[in-house]
Design a protein around this ligand. Structure first.
Ligand code: SAT
Ligand code: MN
Length: 595
């Protein structure tokens, strides 16, 4: 399938080390996909869902120990610890490689080594990058086929060019005659999700789940790419990309960063509740951005599918996501109903009697055990989203007018505010915080700082990453064309713990203000933390009951912000000398304005 010498030699080297029974080069075809799925059904790993209700779709349950990314087993192996920074786990590259070589020795015995050539980004895009993943998991193969452009077409484009090598094993070799389990993986303390940014390599061992195993996503498109982006002067970000069209037919694209499971997929697929507005989806998780010839910043979605959190997704919260998963979808760790469909908490209707939970037991309605794991996922082709943007595969990307940052902040942070300038916006990104999500295990509950929503995904020292953002503002070919920067918070509560803002489709009301502010079409109110809307500029037509909350939603409590400043101080202190002086200047200016 290829004459690429580096690729052939690399595969051969890993075949020697991992000792698989077979080697298979994936072509990405329909027949091949069917063959793998049928094989997994025969092996008891997959269940084919009811063809009438959920055509072309499959159901999987993971091992109970293998349900999410494992941040405490994720490593950035740069040449020095300082290059990785205090927010990453670090091991010396040579040491990590020697630990892992031992683990990989014979790790694919009894299994097949699949070679998956994949492209992050449209095949004909200059911004796209080619990776090759080797894995011993057929689940990874069928998932990568949805999440990336995968197979022979990628090898054709690669020719004898360079690629990012990604090694993956579930870490569960089979002895002769040993019966396989439905979801093979290694125990937690033997899992390693390792990145070598300087040599552009990914070595993952022991997990078969999501970002630990589908290496194009968080590992390549964020951790490795963020490092490359710093070297090359572009941005690889944990951001959704959406197109917004106003009633006059004018369109703008926005990219937004929120920590995992904070409603990014919902926002990307929002259905506006105010007439005349339209939202279209370019991506729901990752954006790669470069300056175009016209001086604007252009974004592509490097992915081809959605790997979304299933629980709480419904025709009420996200109709477009529900349509996206109507067919050709892989469901992992949700419930399986007696008629061969799926169910999860918050799907919008009662759990059918006899539904099997993610732990493969018949659900007992009297028990507190959830049917779906909180981090249960759907893996669905982006092309199936009814709101997919017509430009979503444009190789040149889409021009970005605004960046949004945000998290779950029950207090302090107003519904929306605008940065005073680029560096102030970078400051806002650097202090993003949110209540902890279920997507990551091994963390205490509570609010954690998640700068730019990149905390688990930055492939180098995060202080240097802040500096890179400052630098993007400096190297912009035309500073007037830089995206404007905003912070949003849909999650503010009153003193009784009640949400002040309806969220979901009504978030368009905030996007409307942002859209108009990008055009300088509305006057804003200058406050110590940035520019906020005039109360009357938030459109509450149709939700008049909310208008009583607007004052509180936009309220900036100086004493709360002074407390916040103490937390920021602490947060910044951890970065030591890596905090750019431009951010210290912004922080000092904020404190002065609050005085
Ligand atoms: O499992 S993934 O890393 O792909 C998703 C997430 O945790 O955000
Ligand atoms: Mn994410």
């Amino acid at each position: 399938m290829t004459n690429n010498k580096k690729l052939l030699a690399w595969v051969e080297e890993w075949v020697q080390l991992c000792q698989p029974d077979n080697v298979y080069w994936c072509d990405g075809s329909e027949e091949e996909n069917r063959k793998f799925l049928e094989g997994m059904i025969a092996a008891g790993t997959a269940v084919k869902l009811n063809e009438e209700r959920r055509p072309g779709s499959y159901y999987f349950q993971s091992d109970p120990s293998d349900v999410a990314r494992v941040e405490n087993r994720t490593y950035i192996c740069t040449n020095t610890k300082e290059l990785a920074g205090h927010t990453n786990n670090w091991v010396d590259p040579a040491e990590m490689k020697s630990i892992l070589r031992e683990k990989y020795k014979g790790c694919m015995k009894g299994r097949t080594l699949y070679v998956i050539p994949f492209s992050m980004g449209p095949l004909d895009s200059d911004i796209a990058k080619i990776g090759v993943e080797i894995t011993d998991s057929a689940y990874v193969v069928v998932s990568m086929r949805i999440m990336t452009r995968m197979g022979k077409a990628v090898l054709d484009i690669l020719g004898d060019g360079d690629f990012i090598p990604c090694v993956h094993s579930v870490g569960a070799p089979l002895a002769k005659g040993q019966q396989d389990v439905a979801w093979p993986c290694a125990p937690i303390e033997e899992k390693y999700i390792s990145h070598f940014p300087e040599t552009q390599e990914i070595w993952s061992y022991g997990s078969g789940y999501g970002g630990n195993a589908l290496l194009g996503k968080k590992c390549l498109a964020l951790r490795i790419a963020s490092y490359t982006a710093k070297e090359e002067g572009w941005l690889a970000e944990h951001m959704l990309i959406m197109g917004i069209t106003n009633p006059k037919g004018e369109k703008k694209y926005i990219a937004a960063a929120f920590p995992s499971a904070c409603g990014k997929t919902n926002l990307a697929m929002l259905i506006p509740t105010i007439p005349g507005w339209k939202v279209e989806t370019v991506g729901d998780d990752i954006a790669w951005m470069k300056f175009g010839a016209d001086g604007r910043l252009y974004a592509i979605n490097p992915e081809a599918g959605f790997f979304g959190v299933a629980p709480m997704t419904s025709t009420h919260t996200n109709p477009n996501a529900m349509s996206s998963v109507r067919a050709n979808t892989i469901f992992t760790n949700v419930g399986l109903t007696p008629d061969g469909d799926i169910w999860w908490e918050g799907i919008g209707y009662d759990c059918p009697a006899g539904t099997i939970n993610w732990k493969n037991q018949v659900h007992d309605p009297a028990s507190d055990e959830p049917v779906a794991h909180p981090n249960a996922r759907f893996t669905a082709p982006a092309s199936q989203c009814p709101a997919i943007d017509p430009e979503w595969e444009n190789p040149a990307g889409v021009p970005i007018s605004a960046f949004l940052f945000g998290g779950r902040r029950p207090s302090t942070v107003p519904l929306v505010f605008q940065a005073r300038n680029w560096n102030h916006g970078v400051f806002m990104g650097s202090i993003v915080g949110s209540e902890v999500t279920a997507a990551a295990i091994g963390l205490k509950a509570g609010v954690r700082r998640d700068p730019f929503a990149m905390l688990p995904f930055c492939g180098y020292n995060m202080g240097d990453y802040f500096k890179h953002w400052i630098k993007i503002g400096e190297i912009a070919p035309d500073k007037t064309k830089l995206p404007k920067i905003f912070n949003v918070n849909w999650f503010r509560k009153d003193e009784n713990g009640k949400w002040l803002w309806p969220g979901y489709g009504d978030n368009i009301r905030v996007l409307e203000w942002i859209f108009n502010t990008c055009d300088n079409a509305v006057e804003t109110v200058d406050t110590p933390i940035g520019f906020i809307p005039k109360k009357e500029d938030i459109n509450v037509n149709g939700i008049e009951e909310i208008s009583a909350n607007i004052d509180e939603l936009l309220n900036i409590d100086k004493s709360k912000w002074l407390e916040e400043c103490e937390l920021i101080e602490e947060h910044y202190r951890n970065f030591g000398s890596h905090i750019p002086r431009e951010l210290i200047t912004e922080f000092e200016a904020l404190k002065n304005r609050l005085k």
